[in-house]
Design a protein around this ligand. Structure first.
Ligand SMILES: [Zn+2]
Length: 260
């Protein structure tokens, strides 16, 4: 069970099936895709589906990173280009350390509202809350995204405090997992900063792995004659194991006849 850093809610990934893998393989990129993935497969402490749209974006980011760590481990490689010489640069880092570095901080002097814990008093008479996924998606479709976010997440509105004060407070209380990661160019040895959108990169990784479901269904249906619905309802781990056995069995047979 994870404790989400921004909202403090508790949540976990339920075991995946092939149906989840199909949904993931076909989900949209960006926050909308992350929302669909998390809504479908993350549950709360009582095993109920969570309202992922009501979570701060940073919490959805942490959930996606946690899933990627479960499936492929903690080590991550970001790829980019050296701004000085144009060489390809890889920077390796730990996803856990990255998320820890970007954990929420309470701005100096800020106080949590005792009755409404999502709201924080950040300066005299001014309160902010961290934008949720729904807020950000609505803002993206609005004529003036920034005004929409501020109108929902700051009170009173119109603002009575400088906009930089409230925006800085929101960013500290609810950081997202997009940040620069420092590395060194292997060619010219100068410092390189890569813009890492960790949630999006992890989601792309998970989506790529989930696409194995199509090959697996084909293999298992061909080998055992089971129906695709039956195969898709299997837990992902069990389905992968059957597919590996079939591929391994084929390799073994080829080896025996001297082809492998
Ligand atoms: Zn370079």
């Amino acid at each position: 069970m994870l404790r989400l850093p921004v909202s403090g809610e508790r949540a976990r990934w339920r075991p995946m099936t092939g149906e989840d893998d199909i949904a993931l393989a076909d989900c949209a990129p960006g926050l909308l895709g992350a929302l669909a993935f998390v809504s479908r497969s993350v549950v709360d402490a009582d095993d109920r589906a969570i309202d992922a749209g009501a979570l701060p974006v940073g919490d959805v980011d942490v959930l996606v990173l946690a899933r990627r760590r479960e499936v492929r481990g903690d080590a991550f490689v970001a790829e980019g280009t050296c701004a000085h010489c144009g060489a390809d640069v890889d920077v390796s880092f730990s996803l856990a350390a990255y998320a820890d570095h970007l954990r929420p901080r309470v701005p100096r002097g800020a106080r949590q509202d005792p009755d409404e814990p999502r709201w924080w008093t950040v300066s005299a008479g001014v309160q902010v809350r961290v934008p949720t996924v729904d807020d950000v998606l609505d803002a993206a479709a609005a004529e003036d995204p920034r005004a929409l976010l501020l109108s929902r997440c700051v009170r009173p509105y119109p603002l009575t405090a400088p906009v930089r004060v409230v925006e800085r407070a929101m960013a500290a209380l609810g950081p997202t997992l997009r940040s620069d990661v420092a590395g060194t160019c292997p060619e010219c040895a100068r410092g390189v900063l890569l813009d890492v959108d960790a949630r999006e990169m992890c989601l792309a990784d998970l989506r790529f792995l989930a696409r194995a479901v199509y090959d697996d269904v084909h293999l298992i249906a061909s080998a055992y004659g089971w129906g695709s619905d039956e195969i898709l309802r299997m837990p992902t781990a069990r389905r992968r194991r059957f597919a590996e056995l079939i591929v391994g069995g084929a390799a073994h047979v080829l080896e025996e006849v001297g082809v492998g």
